[in-house]
Design a protein around this ligand. Structure first.
Ligand code: ACO
Length: 323
């Protein structure tokens, strides 16, 4: 029996200054606003620039905001996990840069890589540390500078991604089966490694470029996100009606609508930010959570189901009572 559960105290975010619309992309490559909107639902994305919008810098700004909202001092943080596929350097972890910027002197910090599922993986890890007494106050961040991985000559992938960061602050509280993070569920299938990956051979880009089998990812997303949502609902004896908000990874509007149709989820119950943010990989879920709160939708006490699928393939879900 666990002594503790993980209360989700707050959510912070950061989006880069520069906004690039589909019309801007029309001028840069052979694409159209109509194609992008119809196939993906994306209308614009934010693109990071310069040294003040590296992954670590964006992560820091999101974490700082989340700590301010929660009224937690950096010295009280004892663990920082940064989910990212685009760290500032191969090592050390960008999470330690975030620690330094926050002046979270009593924390330990590390990165976690599970592509677009990274935030769910990081949340699950943080929750398990808290439940077992290994940490009391944790900052969980999802941050990605996907524009670093985009081949701007490849219209099939370039239009899909954006940059940004989001963060939750979690804190241990006395165990209750109905409070905080109720459950998390992680899955992967390495046999599908090559359906979505970064090719870093023969390439002058710092990391390499995204390569994707879009149709295969699309099919897998619907099947596997369905599995993740069902697992989270069943594990907590919940029905769709019990859930206040579904907060999914944002890859494609059509994927999100298919999930809604399959589970009879009203579209209004799903937080959708794909139109404004595009796919920011590990950052989509906390960015969507922040938007849900800012729009007056998500409130303290609401029941949320989060879910994601990404490269690996990796996928997963979490059920939590917010605030
Ligand atoms: N602008 C204009 N035309 C384009 C573009 C573009 N940006 N990209 C592709 N096309 C063209 C193709 O060249 C093709 O032309 P052709 O018929 O003359 O050969 C045509 O559009 C259709 O291409 P498809 O690849 O068949 O398009 P599809 O309907 O499969 O849509 C898409 C592509 C949007 C990528 C879809 O497969 C998808 O959303 N897949 C999911 C992938 C995803 O979301 N990945 C994100 C990372 S993974 C994650 O986060 C879950």
């Amino acid at each position: 029996m666990n002594q503790f559960c993980s209360k989700v105290l707050s959510c912070g975010h950061y989006l880069p200054q520069k906004c690039v619309t589909n019309f801007d992309l029309e001028k840069k490559m052979n694409t159209s606003n109509e194609w992008i909107t119809q196939r993906t639902g994306i209308k614009q994305r934010y693109i990071a620039e310069g040294v003040n919008e590296t992954t670590a810098q964006m992560a820091y700004k999101a974490a700082q905001q989340a700590l301010e909202i929660a009224d937690i001092k950096p010295d009280d943080v004892d663990m920082i996990i940064l989910a990212t596929s685009t760290p500032d350097h191969a090592f050390p972890a960008s999470a330690v840069k975030v620690q330094a910027l926050l002046k979270a002197n009593n924390a330990f910090a590390f990165d976690m890589q599970a592509a677009c599922s990274g935030f769910i993986y990081a949340l699950s890890t943080a929750d398990n540390f808290i439940k077992t007494g290994g940490a009391k106050t944790v900052v969980v961040i999802g941050a990605d500078r996907m524009s670093s991985l985009v081949d701007w000559h490849d219209r099939t992938t370039a239009v899909l991604f954006g940059d940004g960061a989001g963060a939750y602050v979690l804190q241990a509280q006395a165990y209750s089966p109905h409070q905080g993070i109720l459950s998390t569920h992680l899955f992967s299938n390495g046999m599908q490694y090559e359906s979505l990956y970064v090719d870093d051979s023969n390439c002058t880009n710092k990391y390499g470029y995204i390569k994707m089998d879009g149709k295969l990812i699309y099919k897998n997303a619907i099947l596997k996100i369905g599995q993740a949502v069902t697992t989270a609902l069943n594990a907590n004896n919940l029905s769709v009606n019990d859930v206040d908000w579904f907060v999914p990874h944002q890859a494609n509007q059509r994927i999100l609508e298919s999930i809604c149709d399959h589970f009879h989820i009203p579209y209004e119950k799903m937080i959708m930010t794909i139109a404004d943010h595009a796919n920011t990989s590990a950052a989509t879920i906390p960015l969507a959570t922040y938007k849900g709160i800012a729009d007056g939708k998500i409130k303290a006490g609401d029941l949320l189901v989060l879910e994601a699928l990404g490269g690996g393939l990796t996928w997963g879900s979490a059920a939590l009572r917010f605030g």
